[in-house]
Ligand binder design. Structure first.
Ligand SMILES: [Zn+2]
Ligand SMILES: [Zn+2]
Ligand SMILES: [Zn+2]
Length: 263
């Protein structure tokens, strides 16, 4: 065991873990390099998740060094970018569904009959039925987006950087990383207030969503006295960072540190 750890340390020393080295793998890898990377995958998994199990920081450094050494193919880069784009989209879908759920509950109390009653023509009942239908559509939308997220994850989860995302997203409250919290504060999300909504969100794992406020956050919508969150079908997502970041782009660097490399 001690010898194995020593060998990993030697590897880290030799290959370095400088964030700047990430630029070196901006070029897609050669087929031979990819073959070596993938054939040794069980070894990378064993070292990262077993040997360095109690040393998460060293494990992430190890994955980063491997990523710097091997890199990704064009398709894998695409899958990773798609993963983080879908991630944003899933967040909005989840929070909008939550808002619609509470809104249904509120409107149901206002109508004289209980539940979905097409014969009731009162404004409260009409509003309830409209929101209820929207809630059903939002379930489908969310399932569709989660499916896309998982498909994207399958496109790069077996690579060293994929292992790093997996390890990072498995950590409890990883989304409360100071930089991510700061972004939420700056955008006027719940982290800027005392409600503590973001810290209460607690799902873990790759292919699941946990994160900060989106324009569909129920608490933010209420706080800003808006009538309803953004329309899910018209939101048009653009992820705010590129996974193959540009040199000197500190936003991208910070986003990757928080969402991929933190330990
Ligand atoms: Zn809140
Ligand atoms: Zn919020
Ligand atoms: Zn927040």
């Amino acid at each position: 065991m001690a010898r194995s750890i020593y060998l990993v340390e030697m590897f880290l020393k030799e290959h370095g873990v400088s964030p700047l080295a990430d630029f070196m793998c901006a070029e897609p890898i050669l087929q031979d390099t990819k073959t070596i990377r993938d054939k040794c995958n069980p070894l990378w998994v064993w070292i990262g998740f077993k040997l360095l199990k109690n040393r998460p920081r060293a494990a992430q450094k190890f994955r980063r060094a491997l990523h710097n050494r091997f890199g990704l193919t064009e398709t894998e880069w695409g899958a990773m970018q798609a993963y983080f784009t879908c991630y944003e989209a899933v967040g909005v879908a989840i929070q909008r569904r939550e808002w619609l759920h509470y809104e249904c509950h509120r409107l149901n109390k206002l109508q004289t009959t209980d539940g979905y009653n097409a014969a009731d023509t009162s404004p409260a009942s009409l509003a309830y039925r409209e929101t209820f239908d929207e809630l059903q559509r939002s379930h489908e939308e969310m399932a569709k987006r989660l499916d896309l997220l998982r498909k994207a994850a399958r496109g790069f989860c077996y690579t060293p950087i994929g292992h790093a995302v997996y390890a990072c997203h498995l950590k409890r409250n990883w989304h409360m990383h100071p930089w991510l919290t700061e972004q939420c504060q700056g955008a006027g999300g719940c982290c800027a207030r005392r409600c503590g909504c973001c810290a209460k969100r607690e799902v873990r794992g790759m292919g699941y969503w946990v994160g900060h406020c989106t324009p569909a956050c129920r608490c933010c919508v209420k706080h800003n006295r808006l009538l309803r969150p953004i329309d899910l079908l018209e939101d048009g997502f653009e992820v705010r960072f590129r996974v193959r970041r540009a040199r000197n782009d500190s936003y991208c660097r910070n986003a990757l540190e928080a969402m991929v490399w933190q330990s």
